[in-house]
Design a protein around this ligand. Sequence first.
Ligand code: GDD
Ligand code: MN
Length: 407
Amino acid sequence: MFEKADLSVIIPTYNEYENILQLVEIIKDKLPDGLFTEIIIVDDNSPDGTGRLIANYIENALSKVCSGIQHAHENSSNFAINTRESIVRLVRRENKSGLISAILQGIKSSTGKYILVMDADFSHPPETIPLLINELLRDPNSIVVASRYIRGGSIRGWPYKRLLLSRLAAKIAIHGLKLCNIRDPISGFFAFPRHIIENIRFDTYGYKLLLEILVKAQGVRVKEIPYTFIDRKSGESKFDNRVMLDYVHAVWHLYRYGRESKLVTAEEEKRRSVLFLSKAARFYSVGATGLLLNYIVSMMLTKGIISNFWYLQASTIGIILSITSNFFLNKIWTFEDRNFSPRNTLKQYGMFLGLSTVGGVVQLILLYLFVQSGFQYTASLVLAVAAASVSNFLLNKKWTFREKIWG
Ligand code: GDD
Ligand code: MN
């Protein structure tokens, strides 16, 4: 039944009776034109009746809209309901279960393509909303944060102790979690497109949703817009020692999360190098069996054991046989390729043959160049064979057997 919104503004409330209605009115006034916006208030059964206040407000607004429709029906001119640019919704929770979980629940029940999160106590000035949204629309893959700690931003009305703690908390997050692209990572006032959180599993307790997004939405661009945080005039802050402890706990969790995902990448990197080396080892073993086969066949063909060929003929047969056996051994054993369709196999064989020929020619050219530039023959031979066989391995890996070079 709900029309999907363009923008969802999420406002958690706990005892914000004095603030919330006035805030909603001002926000409606500040919203950028052309965006259908839902304002979602998530109330944790506030004892001061914030939830009831909002419920009444919505009911009133609805009855106005309904009488508007009635009216419109009567003189069938304008349809009040279609001119709506915003709608207010209430999410009611039984118990006070914390700021982050309230915001997350609000997000879950929202429909907007873009999401903006803010406090209910006027600490986050509604005038900043259009600035955040405009910036977000300019780069819809970024997260736009209202910031107290960039030039132009500030805090008004906090005691010195809390200023210091907030600064400290921001520093801990920036250095501990290596967030080098943001100055106010603990801001509670920010906007982002829904898709960047779609694959995130949130599990932090405590107070800082933004931190978790910054750590887990890897590589997301961050833009900060300065604002002045004004301490609340009505109601009470829920900031206390418990909040501080939760914060430290949350940062620690995110730190471990970062370390674990790095460990996983290190593990993966190790696995890939082992794979690469073991394939190279197999490829060279196969090469050695080829040489041996070549040698034995040439011997048998020239020494009259099987027949009496001219030595160049014998060597040609030896080479062809060894390349062929190399090909199949590499296909089956080195690269574990089980696709034996005639077409594919023939194509690969042709490629392998071509690369072996190129390898041989490269080897001769290198040998010539090394010897010419004054290297000893044996050393030159070893170098030339090594260079040609390395490139042979890599090129066959990539082109004949269609694998990535690394891994
Ligand atoms: N539903 C719900 N449940 N709302 C809550 C809860 C809760 O358990 N706890 C707090 N809120 C609401 C408040 O009603 C207010 O709208 C908002 O969350 C922020 O709570 P405050 O108690 O005013 O927080 P603050 O001013 O100390 O902290 C602010 O500053 C931090 C930066 O230092 C907040 O803006 C934080 O988000 C911000 O990170
Ligand atoms: Mn506050």
